[in-house]
Design a protein around this ligand. Structure first.
Ligand SMILES: CC(C)(COP(=O)(O)OP(=O)(O)OC[C@H]1O[C@@H](n2cnc3c(N)ncnc32)[C@H](O)[C@@H]1OP(=O)(O)O)[C@@H](O)C(=O)NCCC(=O)NCCS
Length: 169
């Protein structure tokens, strides 16, 4: 059993991040978009997941006026359904709470029920739909997790952390 290690994303990670991004998104972010996010580290936190030094996933969050906006989460297709996104989300949300976020939100494709399930585990619930949000015309489901700074939410994350101890490569 090999644990995924979480580390802050740096510019040096971007080539590997791009490979996963391109395998994961219909409209992949560019190198410039990732670099721009990393340059704004005062309001953004990006992490990578590494197994034996190999980058297997990443996640990002933008924190503004107490709201954490999950901007991107992706895992190498060859490493999916092993709990890696769960570990990434756990670190991302704990980081957001440490940066005084009190609520978290994200947009997810209406058809992306796998990701919606992942987010549901972290207390995100659908709060609305934005029709035609994506360039290909698909709508986005807006999800929110409220009161993430409350003790009950921290306990929820602690329970998820127990699950993540089983993550293997
Ligand atoms: C969504 C994504 C990040 C999930 O990564 P992952 O490492 O495979 O997810 P995990 O193994 O941590 O899954 C955690 C839970 O999420 C849910 N889940 C994740 N992927 C799922 C899928 N394809 N189908 C159903 N449920 C899924 C399950 O409840 C899972 O728990 P379980 O395996 O114990 O049942 C990955 O599929 C991906 O990179 N997709 C393309 C990019 C993307 O859609 N990002 C989200 C944009 S909003």
């Amino acid at each position: 059993m090999n644990e995924v290690r979480i580390a802050p994303m740096t510019m040096a990670h971007i080539p590997e991040v791009l490979v996963i991004e391109q395998a994961s998104s219909v409209q992949p972010w560019t190198v410039g978009m990732f670099a721009d996010e990393l340059e704004h580290s005062d309001t953004r936190t990006y992490n990578v997941g590494l197994i034996h030094g190999v980058l297997v996933g990443f996640s990002g969050v933008l924190i503004q006026v107490g709201e954490a906006h999950i901007t991107n989460v992706a895992v190498d297709p060859a490493h999916r359904r092993r709990g890696i996104a769960r570990v990434l989300m756990l670190h991302t949300l704990r980081s957001a709470i440490a940066h005084r976020a009190t609520a978290a939100t994200l947009e997810v494709r209406a058809s992306n029920t796998g990701a919606q399930r992942l987010y549901h585990q972290f207390g995100f619930v659908p709060a609305g739909v934005r029709p035609g949000y994506y360039a290909d015309g698909e709508g986005a489901v807006i999800m929110w997790a409220e009161d993430v700074s409350a003790d009950t939410y921290r306990s929820r994350l602690d329970s998820i952390a127990v699950l993540t101890e089983r993550v293997s490569s």
